[in-house]
Design a protein around this ligand. Sequence first.
Ligand code: PAF
Length: 277
Amino acid sequence: MKIIKSIAELKGELNANKGSLGLVPTMGALHIGHQSLFKKAREDNDFLAISLFVNPSQFGPDEDFDKYPRNINKDLDILNSDNVDLVFMPDIQEMYPSGFLTNVVVDKLADVYEGLHRKGHFNGVSTVVTKLFNVFKPDRAYFGAKDAQQCAIIKRLNIDLNLGVDVIICPTVREDSGLALSSRNGYLNIDQMEAGLLISRGLFKSKELFDSGEKNIVNLCKVARNIIESNSLCQIDYLDIVNCETFDLQTDLDQNSIMIVAVRIRNIRLIDNIEIK
Ligand code: PAF
């Protein structure tokens, strides 16, 4: 596996590769969820590239950029064992050289839900993903469905800016308990972990009710909310059923309906979602 730190060197390496290129953008702290993306990308493409960059522009001033889990050696072991061809690990200066002024802003989609609670977060994500798409020019890029709003935004910018990448969304990977895998789960102590389990339990219960005939959005949301709030450690930031492409609140269920939720457990924020269709 090639480890590459500069964009110039990366371009040279990519030019030499003739087959189809799959890209999985990551911020490291790799876990089984990331590995499911690598596996799919490995199957679909001749050449598999990973970016590993903790992108400062997507962290707010009060967020965990400095504390974000970093374990390069463990990450490299995982990438090697998953048969990755190339890892791009730029430093901040390489991605944001002095004089950098341009931001990619996906209007409206970036301002609601996660965007409301994490001001500027999605502009940071959109900007870095656009840069990665421009530098790599991958045939396909892979993202996890857990970050539903990020997925909607990346699909939107890819279309709007004619980037021409096949954006592939892979299913959320969960612990046996149902907890969606996240690099931030490592922050949870045992009590908080127990509280966190209620998030997926609430989502699954709503889905079960929907499958058995309940189509009332208020009732479906109430069921999930009651389960999550049964533990006083869980503070819900939002829980709604929205359209997975526009993030507009839904009044009627359809093929694009997803229930989205964000929960604060002390200072740890967890998000999750489930399709209601
Ligand atoms: O989902 C992530 O890990 C990040 O938001 C991404 C897509 C790698 C951009 O920094």
